[in-house]
Design a protein around this ligand. Structure first.
Ligand SMILES: NC(=O)c1ccc[n+]([C@@H]2O[C@H](COP(=O)([O-])OP(=O)(O)OC[C@H]3O[C@@H](n4cnc5c(N)ncnc54)[C@H](O)[C@@H]3O)[C@@H](O)[C@H]2O)c1
Ligand SMILES: O=C(O)[C@H]1O[C@H](OP(=O)(O)OP(=O)(O)OC[C@H]2O[C@@H](n3ccc(=O)[nH]c3=O)[C@H](O)[C@@H]2O)[C@H](O)[C@@H](O)[C@@H]1O
Length: 342
């Protein structure tokens, strides 16, 4: 039974399929990744597929993800891709579920807020129902946005947050908070083995080029020679984690004995003006930095307290922002067809 302080489960987990313990299935972990065609999901799939004992099933509705992110695995005998919306019931036989399906960029999650809520609430309910039926362990990718516009800095997992329940970001923030609640209720009521990661801003190759998130925006703008759009006031902070570190943290959480929630993020904190200056210096010193209007309820500061991840998972990020940005630049240049000037 996973360790979890005061929130311990009342029940033993449901029995997994007897086949999991048979000779054949011991050498084959069947892993479902929802949202596996997206940015973090596709990197997670790459890492899971490296282990020859894993069979990976991705379900995705391709709202923000793409088959292209998974092209090297399509047709592989240990890989399966299903077009499916997690708001609908799913019947598959699996041992682990990484539940990532949900648009992550504010532009996309605000595009159809009711659908975003349904994805977080009904989608998580469906995946928990699946976990219960087949006795699978399930990991939810929650978010630092559960802390809202935090009044405690940096944010530890014990902080309950400062979230606007009726704002334009609420479909995502409150949706993820309900998803966390559902995870713990299924854990206490039905003994489901749960894991919750609170992910802080993550960046890296394969982010959508016109995604709207700040790192992808600035890199695409710098490569195209367009002004870097810093949203006012520019003093708001974020802490950016490179995607390979994130995937490492998620797998450690899944494989470990703790339910979480556990913050996974890089504590290096930057203002948006500092980020723009860094991108300008590294990618295109000629580009202009332009201040533009912001959107409502933008959190003013964000930095993870990762004490728990260090102690319980033996995890901390390795890639510094200045090392991660050039890796992302290479991928964006390739996709935009703009070579680096010598
Ligand atoms: N990237 C970050 O900085 C960050 C930070 C905090 C939390 N997260 C969480 O991590 C997860 C992955 O984020 P990402 O950055 O890879 O985003 P992404 O948008 O690239 O990936 C999300 C994937 O989910 C799919 N999807 C969306 N709604 C779906 C539905 N109803 N049914 C099936 N598939 C659906 C999308 O098509 C996409 O492939 C999300 O749950 C997000 O909330 C990400
Ligand atoms: O890490 C998290 O928990 C959350 O972080 C992001 O949400 P946000 O931090 O608002 O992400 P961005 O849209 O990248 O914005 C970051 C900051 O950059 C600013 N920004 C954004 C875009 C831009 O062109 N310029 C700019 O200055 C925004 O005002 C904001 O202050 C993600 O997109 C969420 O999915 C995720 O859950």
């Amino acid at each position: 039974m996973a360790a979890n302080g005061s929130n311990g489960s009342a029940k033993q987990p449901p029995q997994p399929s007897p086949l999991r313990f048979s000779k054949f299935f011991q050498s084959n972990m069947r892993i479902l990744v929802t949202g596996g065609a997206g940015f973090i999901g596709s990197h997670l799939v790459d890492r899971l597929m490296e282990n020859e004992k894993n069979e990976v099933i991705v379900v995705d509705n391709f709202f923000t993800g793409s088959k292209d992110n998974l092209r090297k695995w399509i047709g592989h005998p240990r890989f399966e891709l299903i077009r499916h919306d997690v708001t609908e019931q799913l019947l598959v036989e699996v041992d682990q579920i990484y539940h990532l399906a949900c648009p992550a960029s504010p532009i996309f999650y605000k595009y159809n807020p009711v659908k975003t809520i349904k994805t977080n609430v009904i989608g998580t309910l469906n995946m928990l129902g699946l976990a219960k039926r087949v006795g699978a362990r399930i990991l939810l990718t929650s978010t630092s946005e559960v802390y809202g516009d935090p009044l405690v800095h940096p944010q530890p997992e014990t902080y309950w947050g400062n979230v606007n329940p009726i704002g334009v970001r609420s479909c995502y923030d409150e949706g993820k908070r309900v998803a966390e609640t559902l995870m713990f209720d299924y854990h206490r009521q039905h003994g489901i083995e749960i894991r919750i990661a609170r992910i802080f801003n993550t960046y890296g190759p394969r982010m959508n080029i016109d995604d709207g998130r700040v790192v992808s925006n600035f890199i695409a703008q710098a490569i195209r020679g367009e002004p870097l759009t810093v949203q006012l006031p520019g003093t708001q902070t974020r802490s950016f984690c490179y995607v390979s570190d994130m995937v490492d943290g998620l797998i450690r959480l899944m494989e470990g004995e703790n339910t979480g929630p556990i913050n996974i993020g890089n504590p290096g904190e930057f203002t948006m003006t500092e980020l723009a200056e860094t991108v300008k210096e590294l990618i295109n010193p000629e580009v202009e930095i332009k201040m533009v209007e912001n959107t409502p309820d933008d959190p003013r500061q964000r930095k993870p307290d990762i004490t728990k991840a260090k102690e319980l998972l033996g995890w901390e990020p390795k890639v510094k922002l200045r090392d991660g940005l050039p890796l992302m630049e290479d991928d964006f240049r390739l996709r935009l067809g703009v070579a680096k000037k010598n």
